[in-house]
Design a protein. Structure first.
Length: 413
């Protein structure tokens, strides 16, 4: 089967799908990934064909509008600011997906940012569209949509919040969907109508977020889809030397989060590391965090695969994105989430409930004392270490891609 995966967003949105794509390829399918040019090397390193989609996500997030999202946290305000940012490039994204879906494509796999546009392309091509989600978005009584935080409004309130978020997303995509359907010669249809009856697969563990009982049977939780390891990556000598020079460090990174004052954040992190009496590896990320060279207790690095780095850590401190949270759980180390926006509070709440974290230190309230205290709690408590290791062992036994393969086989049959 010739499969196209169309995904847009940050590295955390793309990396798990390259791993899933590699697994589909190993099962005999021809797999191409349509995403941003900045991730082309990652796609090709997974042995998959790359097809470009427009937009540079890093440039968008570092723009004035993108930085504005940082200050909005989670909840409706953050969602509205995100929709304003996305509105400008959604039409180009739809055209890019249509161009990437070359004749002969048998199946389209899309994500939260590409599903509604991809549905049009799939309908025009007469092929199935399976939606792959890394966060729960489907309305449910059991919790609010991940994108607006973790606070429960009770069963009816949670369900209402889910439908409200879906309505905002539908309204955001409606003009681009209308134009794309016209371009593809399709009859007019609402976003909600086009979305009916499609399979939705969630790429996280049911141990982390159990499947809600009120979801439609077509919405399933498969287990994680782990990023594929880049066979060409080698740890830099200075990182190996730092790791060998002392006890396991705390790994600190904020991924694709773009903070307005990286120098101030770096100073806070350094002070917290010293107050907690730990060593640290700081990943620069999209914010460009940078500590002085030559420090004995802190090393700043660029990209490093989480599956390699995190198991060598004593604990992690991170922005609580879905991908980084998953990597920490897989590594079996305690964690201190520092949520700032969108779904980060949701994942922070999950790791706290699971016992792998002493609790979040939200970025707007981050101070050296608060972070140092949380780091010491994560390191000193046998409770957090035991729960982290136990959960990691259970996650290794899961096989999320196998369930995706089974769903594809059902569609092919």
């Amino acid at each position: 089967m010739r499969i196209l995966i169309a995904t847009a967003g940050s590295r955390g949105d793309v990396a798990p799908l390259t791993g899933l794509g590699a697994r589909l390829s190993a099962a005999g399918h021809q797999v191409a990934v349509a995403t941003h040019v900045t991730f082309a090397d990652s796609v090709r390193a997974a042995g998959l064909e790359f097809r470009p989609l427009p937009v540079d996500p890093r440039a968008e997030l570092t723009s004035p509008q993108g930085r504005d999202i940082h200050g909005s946290g989670s909840g409706p305000r953050a969602l509205l600011r995100l929709t304003r940012l996305a509105r400008a490039f959604i039409p180009a994204l739809g055209a890019g997906i249509a161009d990437a879906a070359e004749p002969g494509t048998d199946l389209l796999l899309t994500t939260s940012t590409t599903a509604d546009l991809g549905q049009c392309v799939a309908e025009a091509g007469g092929i199935p569209n399976v939606v792959l989600l890394l966060q729960p978005h489907t309305p449910t009584r059991e919790f609010v949509p991940a994108i607006i935080g973790a606070r429960s409004f009770g069963g009816p309130g949670n369900l209402l919040a889910g439908h409200a978020v879906q309505a905002v997303v539908d309204r955001l995509f409606a003009p681009a969907v209308r134009d794309l359907r016209r371009r593809l010669g399709l009859p007019r249809a609402t976003v909600a109508r086009a979305r009916r009856d499609r399979t939705v697969l969630h790429g996280y563990s049911p141990r982390v977020v159990p499947r809600p009982a009120d979801w439609h049977p077509s919405h399933q939780v498969t287990g994680y889809w782990w990023p594929v390891a880049d066979p060409g990556w080698q740890p830099p000598p200075r990182l190996l030397d730092f790791l060998a020079a002392g006890p396991p460090p705390v790994c600190i990174g904020f991924g694709s989060l773009v903070v307005p004052d990286p120098e101030r954040l770096t100073a806070t992190l350094l002070a917290a590391v010293r107050a907690a009496r730990v060593r640290a590896v700081v990943q620069s990320g999209w914010s460009g965090l940078s500590t002085p060279d030559g420090l004995d207790d802190v090393l700043t690095i660029g990209d490093a695969p989480h599956e390699w780095l995190f198991p060598r850590a004593a604990a992690t401190v991170h922005h609580a994105g879905a991908g980084t949270t998953a990597a920490t759980l897989r590594a079996g180390v305690p964690t201190v989430p520092v949520p700032a926006q969108l779904d980060a509070p949701f994942w922070s709440d999950r790791v706290t409930r699971l016992g792998t974290s002493p609790g979040p230190v939200p970025l707007p309230r981050l101070t050296p004392v608060r972070l140092a205290t949380a780091i010491r709690q994560a390191l000193d408590s046998p409770w957090h270490r035991t729960h982290a290791r136990t959960l990691a062992t259970a996650l290794v036994a899961e096989d999320g891609p196998a369930k995706v393969l089974a769903a594809i086989d059902r569609l092919a049959g």
